[in-house]
Write a protein that binds this ligand. Structure first.
Ligand SMILES: Nc1ncnc2c1ncn2[C@@H]1O[C@H](COP(=O)(O)OP(=O)(O)OP(=O)(O)O)[C@@H](O)[C@H]1O
Length: 257
């Protein structure tokens, strides 16, 4: 059996006696990509904060493998607007060496921005910078809170593809929150549908038929996902351009059923 890096057992988080996360049990092992989906206010961010140790569980148990290194990609990069800060300095603040920082920036496709100001980066570049900062730690577990925010649709597909590649390279586990249901269904291994409690969980193709999923997201969403089998016969680069299997650029050709 593969090594469990994180285990949550009946974890509940309450704010003013209101359960925001209700008796959630989950486990992530090396190689897993687990995506948490759910409506606004469902407790998704609170749940990952509990895994990170930023939020204390009111009840239940959070167990992390000893010596676990976590790389965290927050929803937004929040910075003091008046503080001049280059990408280089931002990365070095993580405490990693310049060599590791540059390698991580190269891997996420933004090493050319080393001397740029973080304040001037586009939404997509900021997300890749945050991913590089998490990556420089060589994490066993990568936790991402809506990593594709501010990224256009082609860029989103490229970002999810990159996350899959990083999972393979680092042999880490990935837990992420996403609202992009179609991309989640195409790019993830396991989905947890959260609405305070775990409504349903499993493989993407299966959960779209689950009555609890249909109740949470409605028939229209469930039907559109149930018929959505996405076969990729090519990949995208980080800018969303299509690259075929031989590495040359070509036309986008997805097959849907
Ligand atoms: N520190 C806090 N104190 C009190 N209430 C909080 C706190 N943090 C979050 N909440 C509440 O908990 C609920 C869940 O919030 P959370 O951010 O986890 O939801 P979410 O599923 O990530 O939502 P979204 O998809 O909108 O980002 C919300 O009603 C929020 O107002």
């Amino acid at each position: 059996m593969s090594e469990a890096l994180v285990q949550l057992q009946r974890v509940t988080v309450q704010f003013d006696d209101r359960p925001v996360v209700d008796q959630v049990t989950l486990q992530a092992s090396r190689g897993d990509i687990i995506t948490i989906i759910g409506p606004n206010g469902a407790g998704k961010t609170t749940l990952i904060k509990t895994i990170l140790g930023i939020q204390k569980a009111s009840q239940g148990r959070v167990s992390l493998a000893p010596g676990l290194t976590i790389g965290y990609v927050p929803q937004h990069l929040t910075l003091e607007a008046t503080l001049p800060l280059s990408v280089r300095r931002f990365m070095l603040l993580s405490g990693q060496s310049l060599t590791d920082c540059r390698a991580a920036l190269k891997r996420t496709g933004v090493d050319h921005l080393l001397d740029a100001s973080v304040h001037h980066l586009s939404g997509g570049e900021k997300q890749r910078l945050l991913l590089a900062r998490a990556l420089a730690r060589k994490p066993d577990l990568l936790v991402l809170d809506e990593p594709a925010q501010g990224v256009d649709i082609n860029g989103q597909a490229a970002l999810y593809e990159l996350i899959r590649e990083l999972r393979d390279e680092l042999h880490c586990a990935v837990i992420m929150i996403s609202h992009d249901l179609h991309l989640v269904m195409a790019a993830t291994d396991k989905v947890i549908c959260l609405n305070q409690h775990v409504c349903c969980s499993g493989y993407p193709a299966d959960i779209s038929h689950d009555p609890a999923f249909i109740e949470t997201f409605g028939h229209q969403v469930a039907e559109s996902l149930a018929v959505y089998h996405h076969r990729h016969n090519h990949s995208h680069d980080l800018h969303g351009d299509v690259v075929d299997t031989k590495g040359t650029q070509g036309a986008c050709n997805h097959e849907h059923h």
